[in-house]
Write a protein that binds this ligand. Structure first.
Ligand SMILES: Cc1cc2nc3c(=O)[nH]c(=O)nc-3n(C[C@H](O)[C@H](O)[C@H](O)COP(=O)(O)O)c2cc1C
Length: 199
């Protein structure tokens, strides 16, 4: 049990990757771990679309940048979203940190647990990557662009995203280039245990 908790607590977001490809078997294990996440009423309505060394990755990056540039966000939008739009004007911006693998997690539009189920699956996959000695990072850019019809068409036509799905998240996976920074200190006062004698 301690080993599992140590694994959970030692996972870090990795944003710098070597060029080494992720093994097919390793990718299969990561996807399997995702598929064993809990889901509301066991719906398992998610879809995991993995791009592994595919020529579609740079094409997707290009289309994501174009979509950000034509999307208007209000000035008080989530800062990371505004940063992604700003960065999209830069030649060298790669929203998935040039990782060799990107796994896109989508789920049924309007399904009440779509985001919760997908998040559980993403966390399982982040932990599985870590357990296999790989690095990974949650990637939210595609989620912010669900409203972009042009990008949606590309995801459906070229990547086979189901017509009734939105992207709920993604993760970049690869071999970490260097050690990620240590974890930020945990916030105080988050956890409370209320206990007493059961009657
Ligand atoms: C819902 C969600 C969205 C995130 N989106 C991104 C993202 O788009 N790009 C990124 O670099 N990190 C993203 N992250 C990673 C967080 O920045 C990271 O988990 C946090 O800074 C804590 O660092 P740690 O994962 O190393 O503990 C996201 C995390 C979550 C839970």
């Amino acid at each position: 049990m301690g080993a599992m908790i140590d694994l959970i607590c030692s996972r870090r977001s990795v944003r710098k990757f070597t060029e080494e490809q992720v093994g097919r078997e390793q990718l299969g294990e990561i996807l399997r771990a995702g598929s064993f996440a809990p889901s509301g009423s066991n719906s398992q309505s998610w879809r995991f679309t993995a791009l592994r060394g595919s020529g579609l990755l740079p094409e997707l990056n290009r289309r994501v940048k174009e979509a950000f540039l034509r999307t208007e966000f209000s000035g008080d939008a989530y800062p990371a979203k505004l940063a992604a739009k700003r960065n999209s004007a830069k030649e060298d911006y790669v929203f998935y940190y040039s990782a060799p693998v990107l796994i896109i997690v989508s789920n049924v539009i309007g399904y009440t647990n779509a985001m919760a189920d997908s998040a559980a699956a993403i966390e399982n996959m982040l932990l599985a990557a870590h357990a296999l000695g790989l690095g990974a990072c949650w990637i939210n850019q595609l989620t912010w662009l669900n409203g972009d019809a042009g990008l949606k068409r590309f995801l459906q036509k070229e990547l086979g995203l189901p017509q009734d799905h939105d992207v709920c998240g993604a993760l970049a996976v690869g071999h970490a280039d260097g050690e990620p920074p240590a974890a930020a200190p945990r916030r105080e006062g988050v956890c409370r245990i209320l206990e007493g004698d059961r009657k």
